[in-house]
Structures are given as structure tokens and as C-alpha cells.
Design a protein around this ligand. Sequence first.
Ligand SMILES: Cc1ncc(C[n+]2csc(CCOP(=O)(O)OP(=O)(O)O)c2C)c(N)n1
Ligand code: SF4
Ligand SMILES: [Mg+2]
Length: 291
Amino acid sequence: MEQLTIPQEDYLNPGHLGCPGCGASIAMKLALKALGQKTIVVIPACCWGILAGPHPHSSLKVPILHTAFATAGAAASGIRAALDIRGDTDTTVLSWAGDGGTFDIGFQSLSGAVERNEDCIFVCYDNEAYMNTGVQRSSATPFGTRTTTTPGQDWKKTRKKNIIEALAAHRIPYAATASIAFPEDMVRKFQKAKEKKGGSRFLHVLAACPPGWRVPSELTIKVSRLAVQANVFPLYEVEDGITYTLNYTGERKVEDYLKVQGRFKHLTEADISGVQRQIDADWKLLLKKIQ
Ligand SMILES: Cc1ncc(C[n+]2csc(CCOP(=O)(O)OP(=O)(O)O)c2C)c(N)n1
Ligand code: SF4
Ligand SMILES: [Mg+2]
């Protein structure tokens, strides 16, 4: 993996309202370092709606439009249209939604926007549940997870939706995964997304959440790194829906990733072997798509 210098300039102020160790705050910090000052951020209902701070205060040094849970794709499209009418093609429109606002309730608006090939960057910071309202499961919640709506022995028995494949199926110019534990790779992908202006770009960023994942706040980066190293969250890019590039090959066991998190601590050895088989099968499928 190539090494890049991460820009010094910060557009996230100290004193945001996230929990200690919030992966979503690190994700925004890195994204804005790559995108720079001329960015307008659209945020639907999610933890980031809180992290941004109450009006007139803001944790960001760039403008924010707060919008309804289901409408980030539509709101970003509107901002883009308004900028275009003003002749401003320089400013990047960044839609910044959680997994609920992307995989679930926001999916129709996102799908509509990218089908129109709106000139925006659409980001899902994925903490794998509805964290802002108390850790309810979403379609991004992985198999095996305990949440407040999948408690006890009713832990989630269905798979996580593959959102990159869903977006790639729209044949958008650029879709990629990124991790806060691989900051050079993440900054490069946001810079690439910025350069590919003129159409829709989608970035899926895994954003570890200490209270929701039941990990100590100082383990945010470690658990994020393990997700990539165990191929649970592979780093790859898809151009025009068909050209795949793999950025990293992990060799760790899924168990190493699961065992550091309280949300998986009920899983038996047999359950963990089942998860490993799922991850191995998904990895094989991904490798078949790499040119
Ligand atoms: C239509 C609607 N339904 C429910 C809510 C309540 N609500 C606010 S944020 C949220 C969860 C957001 O989950 P996600 O998008 O994953 O972001 P996270 O909070 O995990 O960062 C919910 C259910 C809402 N604001 N609007
Ligand atoms: S609940 Fe999770 S995603 Fe939300 S602010 Fe706290 S650490 Fe961040
Ligand atoms: Mg979430």
C-alpha cells in the first residue's frame, strides 16, 4: 500500500460532542483533510447530527446542512444544483450519513441520486447499528451481533447487506471502502473521489463505536485495523461498477476481531467457525472480481 502524506490542515474543531474514541469523528477528520475548505457537508439524523454541535456552534470549519433521516441523497442533489446555477463547480458536496441513513431509510434517496449520477461524494460512516437512538440493529449490522433489538439469544442471524455491491450495481464512476486504521489509504481515496468530479462517488467507511461495539475507547483504531486484517472489511475500489482494485490482503482470523468486542462475546466456537466460513466465502467472491 502506497504511503502518502496526510494534510496538516484540520477542519474538525476540538470539542465535538462525540463519545471518547468515536470512530465516526476520526472518519470526518480524515475526510475533510482530503477534501479541504471548499466542501459543504449534508448530514441526516445520526450521531454526526449531534457531533456537529448545536447551532450557532459547530464542530466543523465548513458549512453543514442538517436534513431529515431519509433525505441526504436528495438534499445533497439540491445543494449541487444550487451551486451549479451559481457557476460554482469547485465546491465539493459531501453527503455524510450513517448506516441507517444509507443502507436502510436513506437508501431510496441515495439510489435515486446516484442513478442520476449527481456530482456529489456520498459517504456512509458505518458503525453497524442505529447508535444515536441506543444501538438498534440495521441492515449493516453483521451476523452474530447483539444489539438492543437483537438481544440475548435473539442475536442477529442474518448477514450484513453488501452496500458497495449495491452501489456498484448503479455503475457509478467510483465506489470504495476505507478504514480509519489505514489513514493514508483513506485520504488517498477521498482525494481520488474529489478529483473524479462530474458524477457520483460513494465511500463506505467502517466507523468503530466503543459503546455500541462494547470495546474500550482506546481500542477504536485496533479494532478497525483487525476488521481489515481479518478480511471482515476488505479495502477495495470499484470503478464504473466493473473495475475492481484490491488495496490490502489480510491474514488474521476472524476470531481475533470478534473476541475484542462485547457485542460478539456470546458466540460459541461453532458460531465463530460459521462466521469465518462466511468471511472466507465473501473473500473468495471478491478475489474473483479483481482484475
Ligand atoms: C424518520 C425518522 N425516524 C427515526 C428517527 C430517529 N433517529 C434519529 S438518528 C437515528 C439512528 C441513526 O442511525 P445511523 O444512520 O446508523 O447513524 P448513527 O446514529 O449510528 O450514527 C434514528 C432512528 C428520525 N430522526 N427520523
Ligand atoms: S455512540 Fe458511537 S458513533 Fe455515536 S458518538 Fe458515540 S462513539 Fe460515536
Ligand atoms: Mg449507525
